[in-house]
Design a protein around this ligand. Structure first.
Ligand code: FAD
Length: 455
């Protein structure tokens, strides 16, 4: 019987451990988590009848990893589908909300969509002019689709998902399917169309594995009572194998891996699996392998603050998922999420629930404000963008100093070096959102694939 220690109980660690336990039921599993509760970035709070999300608020149905994990853990009763309107999203451009998704007519005439169809048609016939081994998103999109799509649509999308800087993020690592589409088909649009047919066939197969009626209801999902309940559900299944409220403070390799906790206790393990942020993994791994630690330290993170605001009156209610703002608009926030436009039951009857996202790689100093300043910035933003002047009945602020890893140009090389360096240490495994995608689905999939690769 092997002893395997998982360090970090965010979604990456919880998914990997869930899958590992199923495949190797005879092994002894221990999961170590610094915080008093499992979940990592999954932080939900119930406040005066509002459900506040400070980290992820849900998963898109672009992959079925989340459903798969619910299925594996008998968690279907928790599934919460987003409202129909949650697929209506907006971009703030030219002093107005530009609708993307939902009504196609409204979308076509939005200033943000100007020339988009023409650029997409033109892209099909452009030559494959990619020569470098990696390229920034800005350079790739400008080359393929022109500056409007890049600076308005792409930039807004990237602020929302990556809190990132398009001049630094790598197309090869952040959007491998687009990078490969150009390489293989000479055009992103032609490549995506070809890939779509294939993934449609795959998805139909995947969906057949998930006959649950709720999976057809929406494109966006969370769990009842907030997404942290999903982590809680996964965590509970481990019972006392999961130890919360104690950091791992050092790691040594002698005959076995020696994992020291903040309490002074030392655990001996045959294998260790890290799913902590890259800088934490780096500092713990340094005494074992300095070169590996140095490579992990090269991965940058962007800071984000989530300011949650709950309002009592219906007059403040907005339909849809929310809006993002491209850099060229020069505004002090990344965007606003309309939580009560996305999910039912996240505010008391008639109320409205918003999250204002602040900071990101392009505006890191914004997160240095005091809590009072951040709330006031959020309220000013609700007024100036949406005309909401009412006072909130409840607020909540959370700073994520290292919210999202940035897959900057050359990221693939760091990952290659880290992977080859890790393979020199039998029994050492590195996972986490810095490796195979930042989305919740990506983290789940990464854990599953890692377990699949084990004999
Ligand atoms: C504000 C925000 C909004 C987001 N929105 C979405 C979204 O809507 N949809 C989506 O798909 N994705 C979203 N993401 C991304 C996604 O949530 C994350 O990429 C994912 O949850 C990361 O999971 P993880 O397990 O890799 O890392 P983490 O969640 O960071 O987990 C790492 C764990 O390691 C623990 N740890 C650290 N140090 C130690 C130590 N020394 N000893 C023991 N334990 C330690 C931490 O406490 C933590 O629990 C969002 C992220 C943020 C921050």
């Amino acid at each position: 019987m092997k002893t395997i220690v998982f360090i970090g109980a965010g979604i990456s660690g919880l998914s990997a451990a869930t899958c590992y336990q199923k495949k190797f039921p005879g092994d002894k599993i221990i999961i170590l988590e610094k915080n008093p509760v499992a979940g990592g970035s999954f932080v939900s709070e119930q406040k005066s009848g509002f459900t506040f999300e400070y980290g992820p608020r849900g998963v898109l149905k672009t992959s079925h990893a989340f459903f798969h994990l619910l299925n594996e853990t008998n968690g279907w009763h928790l599934l919460k589908p987003g409202k129909k309107t949650s697929s209506t999203r907006f971009i703030w451009y030219k002093n107005q909300l530009n609708q993307l998704g939902g009504n196609p007519f409204k979308m076509l005439f939005a200033p943000a969509m100007k020339g988009v169809i023409w650029s997409a048609l033109k892209e099909r016939n452009l030559k494959n002019s990619c020569t470098d081994e990696d390229e920034s998103l800005e350079s790739f999109f400008t080359r393929r689709f022109g500056s409007h799509i890049t600076k308005v649509l792409l930039d807004a999308f990237i602020s929302g998902v990556w809190a990132g800087d398009i001049s630094k993020l790598s197309v090869r690592s952040a959007f491998p399917s687009l990078w490969e589409a150009e390489k293989k088909y000479g055009s992103v649009i032609r490549g995506l169309r070809a890939g779509k047919e294939e993934s449609k066939r795959k998805k139909e197969l995947e969906l057949a594995d998930f006959p649950h009626p709720e999976t057809g209801k929406s494109r966006f999902y969370s769990t009842e009572g907030g997404i942290q309940n999903f982590a809680k559900h996964l965590a509970e299944r481990f019972g006392d194998k999961l130890k919360t409220g104690g950091s791992v403070v050092s790691l040594l390799k002698n005959e076995k891996w020696e994992v020291e906790l903040s309490s002074g206790e030392v655990l001996l393990a045959d294998e260790v699996v890290f799913s902590t942020p890259a800088s934490v993994t780096a500092s713990l791994i340094e005494p074992v392998d300095q070169a590996l630690a140095a490579e992990l330290q090269k991965i940058d993170y962007a800071p984000v603050v989530s300011v949650n605001l709950g309002f009592a009156s219906t007059g403040t209610h907005q339909q849809g998922f929310g809006f993002l703002i491209p850099k060229i608009e020069n505004k002090p926030i990344l965007g606003i999420i309309f939580n009560s436009g996305t999910f039912d039951g996240v505010s008391p009857a008639g109320g409205a629930n918003y999250t204002v996202m602040i900071g990101g790689a392009c505006n890191p100093d914004a997160v240095k404000k005091s809590e009072a300043e951040l709330i006031s910035l959020a309220l000013e933003s609700l007024d100036s963008f949406l005309g909401i002047k009412e006072k909130p009945v409840v607020t909540g602020v959370k700073l994520w100093p290292a919210a999202i890893p940035q897959y900057n140009v050359g990221h693939f090389k760091h990952v290659e070096t880290i992977t080859s360096q890790t393979s020199k240490h039998p029994g050492l495994h590195l996972l986490g959102n810095w490796k195979n995608g930042i989305g919740v689905n990506d983290c789940i999939k990464s854990g599953f694939n890692w377990v699949k690769s084990l004999n």
